[in-house]
Design a protein around this ligand. Structure first.
Ligand code: ATP
Length: 328
């Protein structure tokens, strides 16, 4: 059962030097209650895709095609790209919440963490009593591993890990169905990262929300995700369960990522398993965007754009392609 369906979604950043095709024709399902990992080198479009479905993109970003459908538990379908005003605000907190990499940026520095959770509840659940809000705040903080007395702490009084936990507690305040986490733990110590991620899994099992998890750490993604989507140059090139991708990656790019010790953030540099660097998104190579870096490229890879078929977009894997001139 899908909680969200993304179909043929494209996002450009418009600039004087041409449109940057950051997301190009992405179709992806998010199943209710799953953790979907999103991986790919820096600049492959992960954050832009997340921003599009959370409706957080601002100009110069422009959604140029596609649809995003959210399915409520009662069966109603919501056209996410058409939401506006109050409906959009309600969607963003009650149905979908986002946790960003830097918790400091999403927390208010002049308000205690308890007051920030209380604010969210007060604004979005007008009928909730003060006592009920206090109880819910304590419950949320406990749920992410913060003791109740810490609700009176200001963000700067908390460690990085605690701040991240507080940001997650705020995101969970209204019981959303979907949580998007964009590199939420990369700035943290590895041990703390793993602790927080295991708690997210526990919370997810308890509350039943689905998670879209974006990280540069593919090994971490393999550990915590149910399914993974690999992005390259704005497209999804492979999807599968974490086990499938780990055991038998089918796209040469996925294989390269697994063989590398990738630094997916920061300056673009060659990955050990993949020569070259990602393409300029203003002027993509013809055919498969990965072909200039692919050790297994065939002649047709430079003229045919492979479409995602049975979880992989690669001509080598029985995938069929579109002639370059068929591309919309
Ligand atoms: N405001 C902007 N204007 C122009 N181009 C942009 C803008 N924001 C992002 N881009 C470009 O869009 C592409 C996709 O960026 P995006 O941040 O979605 O990738 P990502 O995979 O999330 O990378 P990272 O892991 O570094 O966050 C990149 O080439 C980036 O340079």
């Amino acid at each position: 059962m899908n909680v969200m369906e993304i179909r043929d979604l494209s996002v450009d950043y418009l600039s004087n030097s041409g449109a940057v095709h950051a997301v190009a024709g992405v179709s992806l399902d998010l199943r209710r209650g799953e953790i979907l990992g999103l991986a790919g080198e820096s600049g492959s479009g992960k954050s832009t895709l997340a921003g599009a479905v959370a409706r957080l993109l601002r100009p110069p970003a422009a959604i140029t095609s596609g649809s995003v459908t959210y399915h409520r538990q009662d069966g109603t379908a919501v056209d996410v790209l058409a939401l506006g005003g109050n409906a959009l605000r309600a969607f963003r907190w009650k149905e979908l919440a986002v946790v960003f990499q830097s918790a400091m940026n999403s927390l208010n520095p002049v308000s205690t963490v308890g007051a920030q959770i209380d604010d969210v509840l007060r604004v979005h659940v007008p009928g909730m009593s003060r006592d009920d809000r206090a109880e819910r705040t304590t419950e949320l903080l406990k749920g992410v591993g913060i003791s109740a007395d810490r609700r009176r702490s200001y963000p700067h009084e908390l460690s990085g890990g605690m701040r991240q936990r507080a940001a997650i507690a705020i995101a969970l305040a209204l019981n959303p169905e979907i949580i998007i986490m964009d590199e939420p733990t990369t700035a943290l110590d590895v041990v703390i990262q793993r602790d927080i991620l295991h708690e997210i899994r526990t919370l997810k099992d308890e509350y039943g929300f689905a998670v879209v998890f974006i990280t540069h750490d593919l090994s971490l993604l393999m550990e915590i995700s149910d399914r993974i989507a690999i992005m390259y140059a704005g497209r999804v090139v492979e999807t599968g369960t974490a086990k499938e991708l780990h055991r038998a990656p089918r796209h040469p790019y996925t294989l390269g990522l697994l063989r590398s010790f990738p630094r997916l953030r920061g300056p673009r540099e060659e990955l050990l398993g993949i020569p070259g660097t990602p393409p300029d998104l203003r002027a993509l190579p013809t055919g498969c965007a990965f072909h200039p870096r692919c050790g297994r490229a065939m002649a047709e890879c430079s003229s045919e754009l492979p479409v995602l078929d049975d979880g992989v977009a690669c001509l080598l894997n029985g995938g069929h392609g579109l002639e370059s001139h068929d591309r919309s």
